[in-house]
Design a binder for this molecule. Structure first.
Ligand code: GLN
Length: 185
């Protein structure tokens, strides 16, 4: 079963993608939801500052962080990537900090706030990437971080052991290959 952090943002779209793949899921909204046994986690896009605040207030941070550190596979998309990152440009507060990368939030500026592109993500070719006020990865702190996509000289997708972080929104397209990648891990 996959746990989807469902405090804010595009969690329903991830659930819809998992449904299409006949994968079981459960929304994580409070501490009692964490009693389930999870084979994987999804951290959706949305607003990372709001998600961080809510996760902290609801007492979810430490439990989820421990699960990721213990090897539960996780897919973080857009704001979810920010929640995973070890460092955020401008010294902003981090959330789980389990992914050894530095991200820059809202990195494409206002004019390019929202755009789409097609690119390879690791072994997946021609993946439709939808960016919405997206971050990109500007620093990598471990040689075990595998770069899965670079778009216009900016890293937008990585994998580090059990963690996949992408700047874009795979759940907003009908392409299920990144969700399949999570299920495979
Ligand atoms: N700009 C958002 C943030 O900083 C991320 C945007 C998104 O998830 N689409 O959290």
């Amino acid at each position: 079963m996959i746990g989807i952090l469902a405090l804010q943002g595009a969690f329903q779209e991830h659930a819809d993608a998992l449904k299409k793949l006949s994968a079981e899921y459960k929304f994580i909204r409070n501490q009692s939801d964490l009693c389930a046994e999870f084979d994987g986690l999804i951290l959706p896009g949305g607003e990372s500052t709001v998600q961080r605040k809510l996760a902290k207030e609801l007492g979810l941070l430490e439990h989820i962080k421990k699960m990721i550190e213990e090897g539960v596979p996780v897919l973080g998309t857009c704001a979810g990537l920010i929640l995973l990152s070890k460092e955020i440009a401008c010294g902003e507060e981090t959330t789980f900090g389990t992914l050894p990368v530095a991200v820059c939030r809202n990195a494409y500026g206002r004019q390019l706030g929202s755009f789409s592109a097609l690119g390879n993500v690791g072994d997946i070719s021609d993946f439709p990437m939808r960016f919405i006020r997206a971050p990109y990865i500007e620093g990598i702190f471990s040689e075990d971080v595998e770069i899965l996509n670079v778009l216009d000289h900016k890293i937008t997708a990585v994998r580090y052991k059990n963690q996949i972080g992408v700047s874009f929104h795979p759940e907003l397209t009908s392409d299920l290959r990144l969700h399949q990648m999570l299920l495979k891990i």
